[in-house]
Design a protein around this ligand. Structure first.
Ligand SMILES: C[S@@+](CC[C@H](N)C(=O)[O-])C[C@H]1O[C@@H](n2cnc3c(N)ncnc32)[C@H](O)[C@@H]1O
Length: 345
């Protein structure tokens, strides 16, 4: 069992709960980030609140307000990132109010993060969610003048031009055709120069364990029977309404960090990111403003507990001030004597 606690500034408040590898904090991430040491984080991966976006994005003034608001977090994120660190930001698209034309806010965020905050755009990714429902109903379903928007932009920013990255950690499965070819390359493919003049014969037919992934990530957002949702049901708590699928942060965590690295989600919601980190041996910090979401996110780490213990631990967390950490990685008996006040190594 890895017992490597995130080593952090004493200035961070006591988390609501912690696990073997991470800690979940309640509070405004702008303030929590400000309490963290400079150059201490390997990756920040997050999905900011779209609800705010829906309320505020319409009209130029509000749109500017949203972009400025988000970029303030960018300034702190850049400070806490190591030189080799990355900031991955998932942003859904939006229409302007009352007219079938798109908001440009994601692109304004991109430009401002690079032009003013000082980030680099390492690569733009696109998350295709084939399960996304058509919206807005007026343009897509009723008038049928726009297609379904099922792609989010995912900006991969870096603090320097040379962020840590290893695509070998995220190779995609080979296609059936490629698998057949790999069994006997000579029988299926006669290498010759491409019209472009490229000679692709060298290394062709070598099994590299998988294909280089593209920057189009196809991940359906259809979680319906996870341990998290089962535990939510058990304690009669609605699941977080805007979760991203675990496979999205998982791709970037494997791609951009090593085991033992520190990953932070500054808009953690149900703490999908922390759960993925725990599975992959990365240290993690979750920051979330809403106490119900923080307490609910603890349910992600209780799959090893019997139902009665899940209920009891949940109630204990909920009734607490939110300032006493509970070690969710420990055997159930430990909950009877929770470790208090210990965090950060
Ligand atoms: C889109 S949700 C994130 C969902 C998350 N990716 C998941 O899988 O559950 C955005 C979250 O940001 C939180 N939030 C908004 N402003 C915040 C702030 N200033 N500091 C911390 N969290 C904030 C909201 O309460 C919301 O839960």
């Amino acid at each position: 069992m890895i017992r490597n606690r995130p080593s952090l500034s004493d200035k961070l408040p006591t988390p609501v709960y912690r696990t073997n590898l991470g800690a979940a904090h309640l509070g405004n991430s702008l303030e929590l980030l400000a309490a963290m040491p400079t150059e201490s984080v390997d990756l920040v991966v997050t999905s900011p609140p779209f609800a705010l976006l829906r309320q505020k994005i319409y009209g130029n003034k509000d749109q500017t307000e949203y972009v400025d608001w988000l970029c303030e977090f960018g300034v702190q994120v850049r400070r806490v990132l190591k030189e080799s660190g990355s900031f991955v930001l998932d942003l859904g698209g939006a229409y302007q109010r009352g007219v079938p034309v798109r908001s440009l806010y994601q692109y304004r965020v991109l430009l401002k993060m690079c032009d003013e905050v000082g980030m680099f755009l390492a690569e733009e990714f696109f998350w295709h969610n084939p399960a996304k429902l058509p919206s807005p109903i007026e343009w897509v379903n009723k008038r049928k003048i726009r297609a379904k928007d099922s792609v989010n932009t995912v900006w991969w920013f870096s603090k320097s031009e040379w962020p840590k990255a290893n695509v070998r950690n995220v190779l995609a499965p080979y296609s059936e055709r490629m698998k057949t070819l790999l069994k006997n390359p000579a029988a299926f493919y006669k290498p010759k120069d491409r019209p472009s003049g490229h000679d692709i014969s060298k290394g062709f037919g070598t099994d590299n364990g998988g294909a280089i992934p593209s920057n189009l990530l196809q991940i359906p957002n259809t979680e319906s029977n996870s341990a998290y949702l089962r535990n939510c049901k058990l304690v009669a708590l609605p699941g977080h309404p805007a979760r991203f699928p675990a496979a999205l942060p998982e791709f970037f965590i494997k791609f951009l960090t090593d085991v033992g690295d520190l990953v932070v989600d500054i808009f953690a919601g149900s703490n999908t990111t922390g759960r993925v980190c725990e599975n992959h041996g990365r240290r993690w910090l979750a920051m979330e403003l809403d106490p119900d979401y923080v307490v609910g996110s603890a349910l992600r780490f209780m799959e090893h507990l019997p139902e009665a213990k899940v209920r009891e631990t949940f109630e204990k967390l909920r009734t607490r001030t939110g300032r006493v950490p509970t070690d969710l990685s420990a055997p159930a008996t430990l909950f009877d004597a929770p470790r208090v006040g210990v965090v950060g190594g």
